[in-house]
Write a protein that binds this ligand. Structure first.
Ligand SMILES: Nc1ncnc2c1ncn2[C@@H]1O[C@H](COP(=O)(O)OP(=O)(O)O)[C@@H](O)[C@H]1O
Ligand SMILES: [Mg+2]
Length: 508
């Protein structure tokens, strides 16, 4: 007696289909699993037996062999429980043999009572099942909404193995999951730029950062609104496209950070890992590589508050991924790459006591202490930050002013228009935001006019900009021109870009 059922596994962000064959021999009762299962899959035996017993679905009294194919790929975790039990039940005739399994796929972990528990990576595995021609997929109820985002495959949220068997036999059909229509324009975060008082230059810098996907550092005393500004940054970034949303949701599904019952992610991520975090939690890792904070921020914001407090090993491990927009994890079991195109926003106090230049409290730090503090973030990481902005404490008159500031929606409109304006420079090729232009593209697209160039020259001489810093300045100036709808980068655009690099002045 033989049955064949499909399940799925994960390799990095990609799902792959797994064939589960079950063969039963008249012999002493036994259950063996072959085909490169890991410990969790081997342990499934005990869960499967208990789940079957407690659901009133007897496991056939035979010598059963479960074979997982392809045999060369490691099968991990507990997501194969359901497909293995279905395979056994059909082998034993509990699920009638006439019920075709060729177009069905089963995903889920089993509890001892036979409930189907939520698992990670359901969206990813549903995408691969659909590609492989599967027509019906059975997933844990809590994962049904993410699976339903995939078009062209019918999704059934499956509460228990008993409910599944009743459905397959046509006795008590399950309802197919209805996809949630994603609303990308909605600000579900509930925060808005209109709540931020004053801070005109910081808001302007954020608009530029959103328009060109530039990294930004906010320097100011505690309580000046740095965290408040950073949290609102995703609301002025361009809305997600469907493809971006799928890419982001896949990462969060694999990481297990997707909320139960949620469909596609509609808001750009905002991740704020604390400075006590380890380098692996930033880049991702584990025996089975899972995405870290960098990948979880993909398409959105990575916020590093109190930047000088981050250990050097952590900031160093940021450099390459920020440059490449991807992070690669190498393990004995293989390599996997997660995308991490993020806008990095960092915040810091201007000095150890936090009051330098605040204009309100006197600073108690010596010049040397202040320089040592700034030096903690100097060098390669600072080189990757396009703009550094001073924020000062909000004045009483600004705080007591009740007229609302400009809304996120209004700023986002300008950001979208600037991105569209910039996209016209990429005849035929996929546009990249200005912040991600290559050195050659920077020369080609961002070179200012003659007056702009002489302002650049002055800045180079006075601020001692590095070659990288020079390119960053050009790209920010290009974005400022895009916001103004100007084909040429002029002296005033360059001058404003220089204004947005306040630390260059502080450090000299
Ligand atoms: N510019 C501002 N406009 C409105 N409220 C502000 C502003 N700056 C600070 N606040 C208030 O002060 C609180 C602390 O600000 P926060 O963003 O945490 O400051 P920081 O991160 O610079 O220390 C905010 O939650 C907010 O209520
Ligand atoms: Mg803060």
């Amino acid at each position: 007696m033989l049955s064949v059922v499909y399940g799925a596994g994960l390799s990095g962000l990609d799902g792959f289909l797994i064939t589960i064959e079950c063969s039963g021999q008249r012999n002493l009762p036994a259950l063996n699993i072959v085909g490169l299962p890991d410990l969790a899959v081997r342990e499934a035996k005990e869960r499967i037996r208990a789940a079957a017993d407690n659901s009133g679905l007897p496991i056939p009294e035979m010598e059963l062999i479960l074979n997982l194919a392809p045999a060369d790929k490691r099968k991990e975790g507990s997501s194969l429980d359901l497909s293995m039990l279905v395979s056994i039940l059909q082998c034993g005739g509990i699920i009638p043999r006439e019920i075709g399994m060729r177009d069905k796929c089963f995903l889920g972990e089993l509890s001892l009572s036979g409930e189907v528990r939520k698992i990670r990576g359901v969206l990813n595995m549903t995408l691969c099942a659909k590609e492989a021609g599967i027509k019906e997929i059975y997933v844990p109820v809590e994962n049904a909404a993410e699976a339903a985002a995939v078009e062209g495959i019918t999704v059934y949220g499956t509460p228990s193995v008993r409910a599944l068997v009743d459905h397959l036999k046509g006795e008590d059909p399950l309802a197919a999951a209805v996809p949630i229509v994603p609303d990308f324009a909605d600000f579900a975060g509930g925060v808005d730029f209109s709540e931020v008082r004053g801070q005109a230059q910081a808001k302007r810098a954020m608009e530029i950062a959103a328009a060109g996907a530039h990294n930004l550092l906010l320097v100011g005393p505690p309580g000046s609104g740095k965290s408040m500004l950073a949290k609102r940054f995703p609301t002025i970034m361009p809305p997600l496209s469907f493809a971006e949303s799928v890419e982001i949701t896949k990462i969060h599904s694999v990481a297990g950070t997707l909320e139960s019952g949620s469909g596609l992610i509609t808001q750009r991520p905002f991740r704020a890992p604390h400075h006590t975090m380890s380098a692996p939690s930033l880049v991702g890792g584990g025996k089975i590589p899972t995405p870290g904070e960098l990948a979880l921020a993909h398409g959105g914001v990575l916020f590093l508050d109190e930047l000088p407090e981050y250990p050097r090993i952590v900031t160093e491990s940021l450099r390459q991924p920020l440059e490449d927009g991807a992070v690669t994890i190498t393990r004995a079991a293989g390599r996997c790459t997660f995308p991490c195109r993020v806008t990095m926003i960092a915040a810091m106090n201007p000095c150890p006591c936090g009051n330098h230049g605040s204009g309100q409290q006197p600073c108690t730090c010596s010049t040397e202490m202040r320089h040592r503090y700034l030096a903690k973030i100097s060098g390669p990481l600072l080189d990757r930050i396009d703009m550094h902005i001073r924020v000062s404490a909000v004045s009483f008159s600004e705080m007591s002013d009740t007229t609302p500031g400009e809304s996120s929606a209004a700023i986002r409109e300008r950001v979208i228009r600037a991105r569209e304006f910039a996209a016209r420079r990429f005849a035929g090729v996929t546009p990249v935001p200005n912040g991600a232009l290559s050195p050659a593209q920077t020369r080609e697209m961002c070179t200012p006019d003659a007056a702009g160039l002489s302002v650049m020259k002055m800045a180079m001489e006075k601020l001692g900009l590095s070659a990288r810093g020079y390119d960053r300045l050009l790209r920010v100036a290009r974005t400022i021109a895009d916001l103004a709808g100007s084909e040429t980068v002029t002296a005033s655009h360059v001058a404003e870009a220089i204004q947005m690099r306040s630390l260059d002045r502080d450090m000299t």
